[in-house]
Design a protein around this ligand. Structure first.
Ligand code: DGY
Length: 318
């Protein structure tokens, strides 16, 4: 008999077809955002759940899940939306979708750095008004080529950002929990402390996971380690930045510009960010290409399939 899977969000047709072939699936045809109560109700006779970052599986929800639910396969590399310890206590395996979104997310990171440094928001507004005149001083941005790039979190996505930045002639610096092998560093300079990394970062790219340790890691104190007028981009998770401190730094131009793809409490955005010009905002598009979403759906499906076949999904995180 086929295993029963609740799929909490609408996926690409190709992914849903594959899921239908392998499992008895409950799909979300209208892509409704399910409440925790609805997730409980819909999953009560299910063996697994294919979840998305918009579902908050906190301890309370996990504890109330039916004992039949044995796996939550998250459609994302990040899994901050799931209390993985609570899941472990309940013998629920959690998986993610690493690797397949590295390129798309690194592309978006470069877009954030360029969008912020080259004043794309102001430029778009000016272009729309159609009353601009070319002048030698018009909307001057900050040049990214040949500058120093600091990468906070040199995992697969961080390394994919470094690869692209080398094409801009940038000198790569990074901080990670552990120093990478020479082969993976490819000439990037390791800084065991955040302070030392930030001091070198004309441009700073945030690519680390959201954890207790990285929560509000970009704050009043650490922003002040950065050189004068840096450009900062965050394609990781909103809670890594202390928004109040960043807004103050943007207002005073201590930070030249900020590029954001992710937010604290998204889809809400801190209202002060919306009033600023030196910011470039995207609505969490890091992995949003058809190819990548297809791969993510396939990877999550594969995790479910392997779990039910062998108990050993490739991307177990707890
Ligand atoms: C991820 O996979 O964590 C992305 O942020 C989802 O788009």
């Amino acid at each position: 008999m086929k295993k029963k899977i609740l799929v909490t969000r609408k996926l690409l047709k190709e992914n849903e077809d594959k899921l239908k072939e392998l499992f008895d699936v409950k799909l979300n045809q209208n892509d409704e955002l399910y409440s925790p109560e609805k997730i409980l109700e819909l999953s009560k006779d299910c063996d697994g759940i294919l979840s998305a970052i918009t579902d908050k599986f906190d301890e309370n929800l996990i504890n109330k899940l039916s004992p039949s639910v044995k796996i939550i396969a998250n459609f994302a590399v990040g899994f901050g939306n799931i209390d993985i310890q609570a899941a472990k206590k309940k013998n629920i395996i959690v998986t993610n979708t690493p690797e397949v979104l590295d390129d798309a997310t690194a592309d978006i990171t470069i877009l954030l750095l360029l969008g912020a440094s080259r004043k794309v928001l102001e430029a778009r507004r000016a272009a729309e008004k159609q009353d601009w005149t070319w002048s030698a001083n018009f909307l001057l941005g900050k040049q990214m080529s040949n500058k120093k790039l600091g990468i906070l979190g040199m995992g697969r996505i961080g390394r994919a950002v470094a690869k692209r930045a080398r094409g801009f002639g940038m000198e790569i610096h990074y901080h990670n929990r552990n120093q990478l092998s020479k082969e993976l560093e490819e000439g990037a300079i390791y800084h065991p402390s955040i302070k030392d990394l930030f001091k070198q970062s004309d441009f700073l790219s945030i690519n680390c996971p959201a954890t207790k340790e990285t929560n509000k890691l970009i704050n009043k104190e650490t922003i002040n380690y950065l050189p004068k007028n840096p450009v900062v981009a965050n394609a990781a998770r909103g809670d890594i930045i202390d928004d109040e401190a960043m807004i103050e730094a943007l207002k005073s131009k201590r930070v030249f510009a900020l590029g954001l793809d992710v937010y604290n409490g998204e889809p809400k955005i801190h209202p002060e960010y919306l009033k600023l010009d030196n910011i470039f905002l995207l609505p969490h598009l890091g992995s949003a290409t058809k190819r990548t979403r297809w791969d993510m759906g396939y990877r999550a499906t594969e995790n479910l399939e392997n779990f039910f076949k062998s108990g050993k999904p490739k991307d177990k995180v707890n």
